[in-house]
Write a protein that binds this ligand. Structure first.
Ligand SMILES: *[C@@H]1O[C@H](CO)[C@@H](O)[C@H](O)[C@H]1NC(C)=O
Ligand SMILES: *[C@@H]1O[C@H](CO)[C@@H](O)[C@H](O)[C@H]1NC(C)=O
Ligand SMILES: *[C@@H]1O[C@H](CO)[C@@H](O)[C@H](O)[C@H]1NC(C)=O
Ligand SMILES: *[C@@H]1O[C@H](CO)[C@@H](O)[C@H](O)[C@H]1NC(C)=O
Ligand SMILES: *[C@@H]1O[C@H](CO)[C@@H](O)[C@H](O)[C@H]1NC(C)=O
Ligand SMILES: *[C@@H]1O[C@H](CO)[C@@H](O)[C@H](O)[C@H]1NC(C)=O
Ligand SMILES: *[C@@H]1O[C@H](CO)[C@@H](O)[C@H](O)[C@H]1NC(C)=O
Ligand SMILES: *[C@@H]1O[C@H](CO)[C@@H](O)[C@H](O)[C@H]1NC(C)=O
Ligand SMILES: *[C@@H]1O[C@H](CO)[C@@H](O)[C@H](O)[C@H]1NC(C)=O
Length: 892
């Protein structure tokens, strides 16, 4: 009995407890105004009764509504789908929200809100703490008024289509701890006011088009744990980031910190992930980095221009899991032992640097190691299994560098080379010339590769005009001093430090290298000189250009030397030296490029198939080549001050090394961009669209837009596989374009299959890339120079081809919204819009429209063919394209 009563009491008690709790948690909505507003919101957003049923109480039943004391404090429509009707005309219509005066959190992530954030939004919510608009397809600029949401802690606007500047007013949100603006199309600078966001712990602005310096205030945000500014166009880093004492994850990769040095991170003791690849940093790594940031796990610094050694402390960091410092100019030895760090599952990529010396057990802790393309010598260690060792100077290994290359590397540094373990009787010819010449290696010999090469550039000094053959008594390089006496005075305005542009070779050495310039070694008669293959005295294959001063422009070789004097970048063909001692013939010596140039390697005989059928480059390689060439040109246009115009972009100028990496050649035509005045630099800095080419006449070849045009032809050549497009004369080109351009439509992917190189094997994804690249090519070929996209946007488009088609094909609304802004694809398509008349027509009919355009073109052509033209050795200006504007004027 007692037991039973006890149980009943207990149950009753439990019941009341639960009831109480329940009552407290969900009280029905008490404000009629808010109820009406919810229903209004439900209608304007087209929400379904599945989540928000019409009748029952919102606080009790509706999904995503959080209430307190009968008032709505949180609305979460994340991931909701709209009703069929709501989907018909989706809008950013949230006007009813103003009636929720206590709203603390609004989460609309992954809910489709195509439209701009209204200005009133920021002025209406005093208590809003959390705003999540991720993946909403929001367009236009971030309103300044968001800076009035002073209670905000968390603001997510990432993965939208936002454009314009980042409002300075966001710096007023001093309570903000999370700010995510990543993956939009924002441009302008990072506001200096962000240095006042002292409570920020998470800042992500990656994947935009932000430019200018990183404000130094960011380096003082002591609560910041996560900072990501990658994938922008930022131009410099503050020297001090030492105030980032909480930093765990730093990603600044993919910017243009040209000439910048590695930031000082001396406060960041908790740093685990350090991403600074592709950022054009120079100089050495600060040693403290590895004594302070002991928790580093992931370090990615690939593709910079970092020098010096990896500090010894690096090798004993205890937690490393992934390290990639490839493609820098690091040098130095491996430490002898690994100071007791146990093996971890870690990957190490130090390839494409200048590390040398013997391999040591320090590598034992890494499970995967790529040390290819360095200068390691000695033996491969027995524990090394998952190791890539190609192109070093290692014994008993295949695919190593040549003796000559290894020996010259070691000798230049005053080190001794083990010569692959061979006894040292067969030393290099250079040893004969004595100690004082140790650092100079002489070229000679014979052999070499395919047609290639090229050259060119700007201004320079005529230092060595020795007419007598000093080489005739000395075959061993006494002539390699940097500036032999007897040179003529430099031409006015031309200054080249010959010490910076490779070695001086004697004529005699070159005769030896090329078999007296015999026909057997002639590669081709180029328009800037004759090219011969050869082999240097230390066995390096070279290509030598002979310039006949009687038939060439006198200063062409000087401009080329000047070019190399100014520009040293891995995207250009390496100049090894020169011989200027003869009055009538000058010589430039380049490194031989194993794959030749693009005009001769697009198709090749497959060595493994006996029938000699031609193979063609696969699409991935073609895209890689296009991107590499775009990097080189982009470098000239944006990293060189003043900008340099290449003026000879065509397939035969695009040289390729053994990995099909582009080393751009044909540099002797290049020149400083016409009219690059101070004014122009300022406007470029301010990123006024397309300002860089202006002032010059549309048909000048000395403007960057001319390179863009020529680059468009190269892209077409890659897409169609039609050799010679990029080198064709104007009339040939017109024919090509008449056939090809009608098949490039932004609205019809399939159309492009009519012109795609039939030898390409393409799946659906690749076809989409090919289509995108064709569209880029077309926009580069716009007859109006000012409408062509700037090269850096072309580069961006090549790097993310899907963005070209996926973003643009759907919405011309966005195009209008952004075409006056700096977004790369807006620029691309702004220009597209002008180059084809179909943009406003309905997709389904655009194909036929285009055909119509192309037949009209013929009649339009004859009247414009008198347009000024240029040497057809280099790319002529188009004259056969329809002048769309005029056609439109005439009402066609
Ligand atoms: C919400 O507030 C606005 C302005 O205060 C008012 O015009 C509107 O009628 C209100 N909506 C509802 C549903 O009460
Ligand atoms: C928001 O709503 C979605 C979908 O109903 C749900 O999965 C998610 O957990 C909610 N998020 C929050 C923070 O309440
Ligand atoms: C918004 O809702 C999503 C669920 O869909 C959730 O993952 C996200 O964390 C929410 N946002 C915030 C700021 O809570
Ligand atoms: C919004 O903030 C700005 C300062 O950025 C201020 O001038 C303005 O008065 C504020 N507006 C409102 C309605 O509070
Ligand atoms: C390495 O592992 C051994 C045992 O496996 C352990 O005794 C030693 O402390 C470890 N050393 C380090 C540096 O972790
Ligand atoms: C290289 O390998 C050969 C046999 O494969 C061996 O005879 C020779 O000693 C090795 N040389 C070195 C330096 O390891
Ligand atoms: C070669 O000659 C040097 C003398 O300079 C000698 O010290 C060295 O041991 C010899 N062998 C090699 C492989 O260098
Ligand atoms: C790379 O670094 C070297 C030495 O610091 C410098 O001379 C060269 O100009 C740099 N190259 C680039 C592309 O920044
Ligand atoms: C926003 O961009 C995405 C791709 O990035 C695109 O699919 C979408 O249609 C765009 N939305 C709007 C409203 O422009």
């Amino acid at each position: 009995m007692v037991d039973r009563r006890g149980i009943v009491w207990f149950l009753l008690l439990l019941f009341f407890l639960c009831f109480e709790v329940t009552l407290e948690q969900i009280e029905p909505l008490s404000s009629p105004k808010e109820r009406a507003a919810l229903l209004q919101l439900r209608t304007s957003l087209g929400l379904r009764s599945k989540e928000w049923p019409r009748k029952p109480d919102p606080c009790l039943i509706w999904i995503g509504i959080t209430c307190q004391n009968g008032r709505v404090v949180g609305i979460n429509i994340s991931g909701f789908r709209r009703t069929r009707i709501g989907r018909r005309n989706p809008q950013f219509s949230v006007d009813a929200l103003v009636n929720f005066t206590l709203l603390q959190s609004f989460n609309a992530s992954k809910f489709y809100l195509p439209g701009p954030i209204p200005d009133w939004f920021g002025l209406s919510f005093n208590s809003l703490r959390v705003l999540d608009f991720r993946y909403c397809s929001i367009i236009n600029a971030i309103p300044n008024t968001l800076g009035n949401l002073t209670s905000l802690n968390v603001l997510y606007l990432s993965d939208n289509n936002l454009t314009g500047n980042v409002p300075h007013s966001l710096g007023q949100l001093s309570g903000l701890s999370v700010l995510d603006l990543s993956r939009n199309s924002l441009n302008g600078i990072i506001p200096i006011s962000f240095g006042f966001l002292v409570n920020l712990s998470y800042l992500d602005m990656s994947g935009n088009f932000l430019a200018g310096p990183v404000p130094s205030g960011l380096g003082t945000l002591s609560r910041l744990k996560y900072l990501n500014l990658s994938g922008n166009d930022l131009s410099s880093l503050p020297a001090q980031l030492g105030g980032l004492t909480s930093l765990v994850d730093l990603d600044l990769s993919g910017n243009y910190f040209s000439g910048g040095v590695f930031p000082d991170l001396k406060g960041s003791r908790n740093l685990r992930r350090l991403m600074l690849g592709n950022s054009m940093l120079n100089g050495p790594l600060p040693a403290e980095l590895f004594t302070v940031s002991l928790q580093l796990q992931i370090i990615v610094l690939r593709k910079n221009n970092l020098t010096g050694s990896l500090p010894v402390e690096f090798w004993s960091l205890p937690s490393l899991t992934f390290v990639d410092v490839s493609s820098n100019s690091f040098s130095g030895l491996l430490p002898g032992s690994s100071s007791a760090v146990n093996s971890t599952v870690a990957a190490l990529n130090i390839s494409h640097n200048m590390f040398y010396g013997n391999l040591t057990p320090v590598l034992r802790r890494f499970s995967f190691v790529d040390l290819s393309n360095n200068y390691y010598e000695g033996k491969v260690l027995d524990f090394m299994h998952n190791v890539s060792i190609n192109s070093n100077c290692l014994q008993n290994a295949t695919n190593q560098k040549s003796t000559g290359e290894c020996a010259s590397f070691y000798i230049e540094r005053g080190l001794s080379f083990d010569d692959f373990g061979r006894p040292n009787t067969t030393k290099l010819a250079t040893e004969g010339s004595g100690k004082s010449n140790k650092t100079k290696i002489i070229l000679a010999g014979v052999l070499g590769g395919l047609g290639l090469i090229a050259l060119l550039a700007l201004l320079l000094v005529l230092f060595l005009l020795c007419t007598r053959k000093r080489g005739n008594t000395n075959q061993r390089g006494n002539g390699v001093g940097p500036a032999p006496a007897g040179g003529s005075p430099p031409p006015p305005g031309v200054l080249v430090n010959l010490a910076n542009v490779g070695e001086s070779f004697t004529y005699h050495q070159l005769l030896q290298a090329t078999g007296d310039f015999g026909d057997a070694n002639l590669i081709k008669h180029g328009h800037t000189g004759d090219f011969f293959k050869g082999v240097s005295e230390n066995g390096i294959p070279v290509v030598i250009k002979r310039i006949d001063m009687r038939s060439m422009k006198k200063d062409a070789y000087l401009s080329e030397l000047e070019f190399f004097n100014k520009v040293s970048h891995q995207r250009f063909v390496p100049l090894l030296g020169h011989c200027l001692e003869n009055e009538n013939e000058k010589f430039l010596v380049y490194k031989h490029m194993p794959k030749g140039d693009l005009s001769n390697c697009l198709f090749f005989k497959n060595a493994t198939s006996e029938d000699g059928t031609l193979q063609s480059l696969d699409w991935i390689t073609r895209l890689k080549i296009a991107t590499g060439a775009a990097e080189a040109v982009s470098y000239l246009h944006y990293e060189c001050i003043p900008p340099i115009v290449h003026r000879d972009i065509q397939a035969s100028s695009i040289l390729l090394d053994d990995k099909y990496e582009v080393r751009l050649g044909s540099l002797s035509e290049s020149c400083v961009q016409e009219g690059d005045t101070h004014q122009n630099k300022i406007t470029r800095f301010l990123r006024l669209p397309q300002s860089s080419e202006q002032g010059a006449s549309g048909s000048s070849t000395s403007v960057c837009t001319y390179d863009v045009y020529c680059f468009g032809k190269v892209l077409l050549e890659l897409v169609t596989g039609k050799l010679g497009i990029s080198a064709s004369s104007d009339s040939e080109l017109k024919e090509w374009l008449d056939q090809i351009l009608p098949c490039i439509s932004m609205y019809d992917k399939e159309l492009v299959t009519k012109i795609v190189d039939p030898s390409l094997v393409l799946d659906e994804d690749f076809l989409e890339e090919v289509w995108a690249i064709a569209i880029v090519a077309r926009s580069c070929l716009n007859p109006k120079p000012s409408r062509r996209p700037p090269m850096r946007y072309v580069l961006k488009a090549l790097e993310s081809p899907f963005k070209v088609v996926r973003e643009e094909s759907l919405s011309s609304a966005r195009l209008k919204a952004t075409s006056s802004r700096g977004s790369w694809n807006a620029t691309l398509f702004g220009s597209w819009r002008q180059s084809s008349s179909d943009v406003t027509t309905i997709p389904a009919t655009s194909g036929t429209k285009l055909e119509g355009t192309s037949s009209l073109k013929l009649s339009a052509t004859s009247s414009s063919s008198s347009r000024r033209r240029h040497s057809n050795e280099i790319c002529p200006e188009p004259y056969g394209l329809p002048d769309v504007e005029r056609l439109e004027h005439e009402g066609i």
